[in-house]
Design a protein around this ligand. Sequence first.
Ligand code: NAD
Ligand code: HSO
Ligand code: ZN
Length: 422
Amino acid sequence: MKYIKQSIERPSSDLTHLKESVVSIIDQVRLEGDDALFKFNAQFDLNERKSLRVTEAEIKNAYDHVPVSLIEDLKIASDHIKRFATAQKSTITDLPSFMVAPGIELGHRVVPIESCLCYVPGGNYPLFSSALMLVIPAKVAGVKRVVACSPSVKGTEHIAPETLVALDIAGVDEIYVVGGAHAIAAFSYGTESIKPVDLIVGPGNQYVTEAKRQCYGQIGIDFVAGPSEVMILADDHADPEMLAADLLAQSEHDLLAKGILVTTSETIALQTLQAVENQLKSLETADIARKSWEVFGEIIVIDHLNEGIDLCNRLAPEHLELAIQEPESIIDQLYNYGSLFIGEWSAEVLGDYISGTNHTLPTLKAARYTGGVYVGTFLKTLTHQTIKPEALKKIGPSAYRMAKSEGLHAHANAVDVRLKRL
Ligand SMILES: NC(=O)c1ccc[n+]([C@@H]2O[C@H](COP(=O)([O-])OP(=O)(O)OC[C@H]3O[C@@H](n4cnc5c(N)ncnc54)[C@H](O)[C@@H]3O)[C@@H](O)[C@H]2O)c1
Ligand SMILES: N[C@H](CO)Cc1c[nH]c[nH+]1
Ligand SMILES: [Zn+2]
C-alpha cells in the first residue's frame, strides 16, 4: 500500500472545548427557554426573530421564491424517496403469534414513535434535500407529529425558501427557525414555544452532533451524522475526471469533509490528483473544497483489490463507490459502509438528491453499527406474550429458582402466588 496523498486524522467530536461549549448552550436553554434561543439565534445566525414557528403564509410565500423547475425536481425526488421507504416498510412487519413452547405465545407489533424533530442543516448551505430525506420516511412510518427546524439564512429571519418548500412537499407538521446545539436542546427539553419530541434525527455540524450526543437519553437520536465522506474503490478502467468530481463533491460540504480514493492503478491515482487540481480552479465552492481536500483528502495505491476491500471495511465510510469492472463480484465481501454506489454511473450525488435511498448516513466509522436513517428509524418493535396456566406450571418453577438465586424475592413471589392458584 502506498500513499500518493496522505491526510491527518479528523478530530472526533469529543474535543473538550466543543463538549464544554455545548454543555453550556444546553444548560442555558434549559434555564432560560425561548430567551436563550433568541440570544443564540442572534449570536450565531444574526437572526433577531422573536416568533420561532414558521407560519402558513411564510410557507406559501416561499413557493414564489423557488423556480418551478426546482419544485418539480423536489417532487420527483419525493416520489422516489417515498416509494423506496414504503417498500422498505413492507419488510418490517408484525409477528402476531409465535409459540415458543406449548402455552407460551410470543409476538411483536411494529409501532411508529409519536413525534420527531427533523434537523435540516443550514449553516454552510441550505440542505433542503435533507428535509425530504428526514420528513418523508417519518411520515411513511406513521409518525403523528413530524417537526422540522433549520437555522435562518445568516443575517435574516427566514429559513431558505427551498427548505420551506421541500418541508412542505414532504408533509411536515410544524417548522421552527432555529438551528445549532440550542435547537437540539430546545426540542429535547422544551421551551415556552417549543414542545419537546421523542426522537431527533438528521445531520449537522460539530455543535449539532455533540448536542445530540449530550441530549441522548432525554430523547432518542438516529445516530451521529457528521461531516460528509466518500471513499472510492477504483481500478485501472476508472475515469479520473469522474473520480475527481466525486471526491470534490463531498469535500465541498464542510472543512471537515473527507474524500478517499483507493486504487489498484498508480496512473489513475496520479491522473486523479491532477484532475482534482484542475477542477478546483473553476469550482465556485473551492474555498471550502480545497481546504478539506488538502487536509483530509487521501489517495492510496494498493497492490490488489482485496487490500482495498479490507480498507473499506476498516474505514467504514459513509459513502462507498465501486468504480471497478465487475463491481457486483465483491459486494458480498463489503460489510461496513453507509450506502453503496455500484459501478461508475452510480454517482454518489444521485443518492444525495434523487435516486431514493436516504442520504442521512453514518460518518466517522459509525457505519460499523448502523446503515443510516430509513423508515425503520421511526418504528419501534414492541414485544408481547400470553402465558397459559399449563405453561406457567411448567416454566414457573424455573423462573422462581432463577429469581431466588438472583436474590430477588419479590420476583420469586410473583411466580409463587400464581403457582399456588393453579
Ligand atoms: N452524514 C450525513 O448524512 C450528512 C448529510 C448532510 C450534511 N451533512 C453534514 O452536515 C453538516 C452541516 O453543517 P452546517 O454548519 O452547514 O449546518 P448546521 O445547520 O448543522 O449548523 C449551523 C449552525 O451551527 C451553529 N453554530 C455555528 N457556529 C457555532 C459556534 N461557534 N458555537 C455554537 N454553535 C455554532 C449555529 O446555530 C448555526 O446555525 C456538514 O458537516 C455536512 O457535511 C452530513
Ligand atoms: N452528501 C450529504 C450526506 O453526507 C448529503 C447532501 C445533501 N445535499 C447534498 N448532499
Ligand atoms: Zn452531498
